[in-house]
Design a protein around this ligand. Structure first.
Ligand code: PGA
Length: 251
């Protein structure tokens, strides 16, 4: 049985003064919900704050990106080992906002995925098609290509310690979530593709859904056989909504 996982992606939000109240409300809200795992992926400057407020709770923390290099002259970059120094367990890799606005590619996402694992972090690898790609019936081609960028280079074994996330671009930040059936179809495609390389890893790998997840749609999405939790953007900034989504996962 795969344990459900809910990851909050704060993106570029938060202020030191307000983070504490949000984190404490999340911790208080999920304390008794022991049947799922919870993660907050916060901006780099708040990792220390997250670490001190979340240690010894059932919520872990992580970052939203990393640089694949270690100690080199790269102004503004943050390595996997730096994230590990702050006790991060997870790091998001290949989010569509990074792919689109920072020109990250399948290749660079795969390199960062590998760097995260080498430092002992669990990468949350994001995949998803645009609206135009879906309308042209290219969803499986695009998602398959993104998944293959890792499997071809590093083998399916690297998915043993990873989390996958299906985040259709047309659903991220739009209020138009995929229906449970639409999401399930792609999740099952992803699992089958991993199974072609390694059936045991495919059975165990957690595949999250992301894109306009909210308290009203979470339970129906999480009820699908291949949806193992969620990657939550906007609703992770509101403790009540995020806790409601976490509780739906813990049912
Ligand atoms: P959203 O973002 O929940 O605000 O749609 C999801 C994400 O980008 O991970």
């Amino acid at each position: 049985m795969r344990r459900k996982l809910v990851v909050g992606n704060w993106k570029m939000n938060g202020r030191i003064a307000q983070n504490q109240a949000l984190i404490e409300a999340v911790v208080g809200g999920v304390r008794e919900s022991r049947n799922a795992d919870y993660v907050l992926c916060v901006p780099y400057p708040y990792l220390g704050q997250a670490q001190s407020l979340l240690k010894d709770t059932n919520v872990t923390w992580g970052a939203q990106n990393l640089c694949a290099n270690e100690s080199v002259a790269l102004t503004g970059a943050v390595s996997a080992y730096m994230l590990a120094d702050y006790g991060c367990s997870y790091v998001i890799v290949g989010h569509s906002e990074r792919r689109m606005q920072f020109h990250e590619t399948d290749d660079t996402a795969a390199t960062r995925f590998n760097a995260a694992e080498k430092a002992g972090l669990t990468p949350i690898f994001c995949m998803g098609e645009s609206k135009e790609e879906r309308e042209s019936d290219w969803t499986e081609y695009v998602v398959g290509r993104q998944l293959d960028s890792i499997i071809r280079r590093f083998g399916a074994e690297v998915l043993e310690k990873a989390v996958l996330a299906y985040e259709p671009l047309w659903a991220v930040g739009t209020d138009v979530a995929a229906t449970p059936e639409q999401a399930q179809k792609v999740h099952s495609f992803i699992r089958d593709r991993v199974a072609k390389c390694d059936a045991k890893i495919a059975k165990n790998v957690r595949i999250l859904y992301g894109g306009s997840l909210n308290p009203a749609n979470a339970a129906a999405l999480f009820a699908m056989p291949d949806i193992d939790g969620g990657l939550v953007g906007r609703c992770s900034l509101d403790a009540k909504s995020f806790v409601a989504i976490c509780k739906a996962a813990s049912q």
